[in-house]
Design a protein around this ligand. Structure first.
Ligand code: IPM
Ligand code: MG
Length: 382
């Protein structure tokens, strides 16, 4: 078996790339640059195939997720997604097809029941967070959001005269326990704390979640479990984000709480995610398609690049993931940042940030540019 200079086998992986809509293709391009750089250095072979998904797929094929795209996702080891959504499909509730339907179908078909969203703060970005600096100390938590059940996927009804509608929220023990075990394992490898967010004072499904979590917690005596109602949790995430380690929650609450938590970092452009299930995993930035910035090369590619790091972690390639994360930190420390992160400094473009992180990796981190000469170096190198 071929081994690389780091003395472990080269990996061959099939990746389906879904750039999607808006700034999706631009940020995905940077992620691919980074992947290529890592694979050059560590001698892995990733076979990347790109397919239409989202609004672009509706425009070209009439539906957001074609059978061809789905089949290729199912056959791959991982899916790498940019973002989907286009305002032309957002504002008309009567529109028969929407990009989001493709995303929900993809999640369900790949059985991606666990959506993992780490919330990390960076020293350098503390000044752009709307939260006071003292609240940002020690903020490092991860949200485990259930992704293929609950109100998103329950039966939907609208009365014939269209005056009454309902969405059913349903959960089974099995749907709860399979993600719960992942969250408990994560807590055991972190700071041994798990917070279940629910609405058990009102909802039957939430009471089921509590019961299942209480049962599983007996298998993890060293993990401190606490329970928060979602309304209080929303307040706590803003008032005292440092208290959280692993948050576990159902689909809809997870959607809302994770957007709220993303505010802490200072920019949605910094937050990666992974969605895992039984087989294929999916990696994507948590931000949307940001249609206003499409084609302008100004979007922040860091969330996408960090999603690539999560992909390597998922494959068990931790040194590779570490190298990517170091590249991101190095770029931040050297002012190689896009507009959303700039505090008055001249921002860099999306593609330049991608080039620089890829360069850092190609050079195995032995790069040394001083803050003052950053712009000069950027121009020389690229
Ligand atoms: C997310 C998004 C999706 C969701 C939308 C686009 C359907 O907001 O991934 O958080 O609600 O799950
Ligand atoms: Mg969301």
């Amino acid at each position: 078996m071929k081994v690389n200079e780091y003395n472990y086998p080269e990996m061959k992986k099939k990746i389906t790339v879904l750039p999607g809509d808006g700034v999706g293709p631009e940020v995905v391009e940077q992620g691919v640059k980074v992947m290529n750089a890592v694979n050059n250095v560590f001698e892995h072979q990733f076979d990347l195939k790109t397919y239409d998904f989202g609004a672009i797929s509706i425009d070209r094929h009439g539906i957001p997720l074609t059978d061809e795209t789905l089949e290729n996702c199912l056959k791959s080891d991982a899916v790498f997604l940019g973002a989907i959504g286009d305002p032309k499909y957002d504002n008309d509730p009567a529109f028969p097809v929407r990009p989001e339907q493709g995303l929900l179908k993809l999640r369900k078909s790949l059985q991606l029941f666990s959506n993992i969203r780490p919330i990390t703060t960076y020293e350098l970005l503390k000044n752009i967070s709307p939260l006071k600096n003292e609240l940002l100390k020690e903020v490092n938590f991860v949200i485990y959001r259930e992704l293929t059940g609950g109100i998103y996927f329950g039966e939907k009804k609208i009365s014939e005269d269209k005056s009454t509608a309902s969405d059913l929220c349903e959960y089974s023990e099995n749907e709860i326990s399979r993600i719960a075990y992942q969250a408990f394992e994560a807590a055991a490898n972190r700071r041994n704390k798990l917070t279940l967010i629910d609405k058990a004072n009102v909802l039957e499904t939430s009471r089921l979640w509590r019961r299942v979590i209480q049962d599983i917690s007996k298998e993890y005596p060293s993990i401190k479990v606490d329970y928060l109602f979602v309304d209080n949790a929303a307040m706590q995430v803003m008032l005292n984000p440092g208290q959280f380690d692993v948050i576990l929650t159902e689909n809809m609450f997870g959607d809302i709480i994770s957007d709220l938590a993303s505010v802490i970092t200072g920019s949605l452009g910094m937050l990666p995610s992974s969605s895992v299930g039984n087989k294929v995993a999916l990696f994507e930035p948590i931000h949307g398609s940001y249609p206003q910035a499409k084609g302008l090369d100004i979007a922040n590619p860091m969330a996408t690049i960090l999603s690539v790091a999560m992909m390597y972690e998922y494959f068990g390639l931790f040194r590779e993931a570490e190298m990517i994360k170091n590249g991101v930190k190095w770029a931040l420390n050297n002012g190689i940042i896009t507009k959303d992160l700039s505090n008055g400094e001249e921002p860099n473009t999306c593609s330049k940030v991608g080039d620089m992180v890829a360069w850092f990796i190609e050079e195995k981190g032995s790069v040394n540019i001083k803050q003052e000469s950053t712009k000069l170096s950027l121009n020389c190198i690229i």
